[in-house]
Design a protein around this ligand. Structure first.
Ligand SMILES: Cc1cc2nc3c(=O)[nH]c(=O)nc-3n(C[C@H](O)[C@H](O)[C@H](O)COP(=O)(O)OP(=O)(O)OC[C@H]3O[C@@H](n4cnc5c(N)ncnc54)[C@H](O)[C@@H]3O)c2cc1C
Length: 385
């Protein structure tokens, strides 16, 4: 029988929520996974094909260190759970601009990994999923230690001592509704569109190329949307900060075409042919990015307790940090995966599951602090001091 305290509700079933649900179930937890959509991986994680690759810099940065760890973690998960060719394939990417050179990478359809994590977790009998379940509010009625995850009428979808919010940009309203100060959650939507086309003949280039966007000259996957061919090329994506629509637009196709002309002129000719024949495919969704472009991963700070702590420290210099930050009991998040959900979700979810479980987090302390969801609260508190 599972310890009743090791029971979490996870809100959002994209890469972040599925990775976390799986990591918790592996540790013996019981998990209720909810999503507003009619199934898993319906938001940004419905991406038809994405790139798993590191962010390489001359000197290490938190992002370059995270992506190096993240690529290895995701690759291990793919190798464990998803057959090659049925949702991912290894490749090399030729970077023309940033991180110039040829790097080991993989092409991945995130939905395949999400489904594989959920299937493996369900096989333990400890994962329950609930679709068409939009969460309006997180509450602890009458000082109860358990969180209620409520619908718009206040009825609980689920009740558990622990809640993890993994709803990408949808996390913002849930967390501010739970009392987190909005300034402490600088999350921004960044809409993106990719352009794709059927591939009948040989691949359009030797391998994937990247500069202003990624050109995939060939990707084969029977799990692509039913109306699409199994063999495609793709180019993208655009970046529209502050935009939340998911319409496929001709103007965004034109921007992808311009980027491809600069990157691979022969590929651009195939793009133009598809466009002229009205056969161009498109896919658009919304990323969730933080102000410093790092994910938010961990326990949420307690605003009232943090302010009280600051008031007590009024006359002495106080620089709050990870260890002495009061936290809201049982409330966690993994969001703001930006353009790197494939690279970051598995490693971050594994570390978050360790923290939720009260185990030692297997990460360098400075790296774990760099993605602490309390970091913007510390900055504001220091500025105000
Ligand atoms: C055009 C484009 C190209 C990209 N290319 C790449 C790439 O090449 N490589 C890469 O690594 N990443 C890429 N990404 C980014 C990647 O897709 C995301 O980082 C990743 O999918 C985010 O996963 P997530 O689980 O955080 O969010 P999502 O997959 O968006 O999942 C969030 C889920 O939460 C649910 N939700 C939100 N609010 C609520 C609520 N209140 N109640 C219930 N459910 C809720 C939503 O319905 C949704 O299903 C790309 C993204 C885009 C848009």
């Amino acid at each position: 029988m599972t310890d009743p305290q090791r029971h979490a509700t996870v809100v959002g079933a994209g890469l972040a929520g599925a990775a976390l649900a799986h990591a918790l179930v592996v540790r013996g937890w019981r998990v209720d996974l909810l999503d507003a959509a009619d199934g898993p991986a319906r938001g940004a994680s419905a991406l038809p094909v994405g790139m798993l690759s590191p962010h390489v810099t001359r000197a290490p940065t938190p992002l370059s260190r995270l992506t190096a760890l993240g690529v290895a973690a995701t690759r291990a998960e793919l190798e464990s759970w998803v057959p090659t060719g049925a949702g991912w394939q290894p490749c090399q990417v030729h970077n023309h601009g940033h991180d110039r050179g040829v790097w080991p990478a993989a092409l991945v359809r995130p939905g395949a990994l999400v489904q594989a994590w959920l299937t493996a977790a369900q096989a333990t009998g400890r994962l329950t999923t609930r679709w068409n379940a939009p969460v309006a509010r997180l509450a602890r009625p009458d000082g109860s230690p358990a969180w209620q995850v409520q619908d718009a009428t206040g009825r609980p979808w689920a009740t558990s001592p622990v809640v993890a919010v993994t709803g990408a940009i949808g996390s913002l309203s849930l967390l501010t509704g739970a009392g987190i100060t909005a300034d402490w959650l600088p999350l921004r939507p960044v809409q993106g569109q990719m352009s794709l086309g059927a591939l009948a003949g040989p691949p359009l280039a030797e391998g994937p190329q990247r500069d202003n966007g990624v050109f995939v000259p060939e990707y084969r996957d029977a799990g692509l949307p039913p109306a699409w061919p199994e063999r495609i090329w793709s180019m993208g994506s655009t970046y529209e900060r502050g935009t939340t629509h998911t319409d496929v637009r001709a103007e965004a196709h034109r921007r992808n075409l311009d980027s491809l002309r600069a990157l691979h002129p022969a590929g651009a000719e195939a793009f133009e042919r598809s466009m002229a024949m009205g056969q161009l495919l498109g896919w658009a969704q919304v990323r969730c990015a933080s102000l410093d472009r790092l994910p938010l991963c961990g326990a949420l700070p307690d605003p009232a307790a943090l302010q009280a702590e600051r008031a007590r420290a009024e006359r002495r210099r106080w620089r709050p940090g990870a260890a002495d930050t009061p936290r809201l009991p049982g409330l966690f998040t993994l969001c703001a995966l930006g353009s790197r959900g494939l690279t970051l979700s598995a490693w971050c979810a594994q570390r978050l599951a360790e923290q939720m479980d009260g185990a030692a987090v297997q990460a360098d302390a400075d790296l774990w602090t760099a993605i602490d969801p309390a970091r913007f609260a510390w900055r504001q508190t220091r500025r105000a001091a």
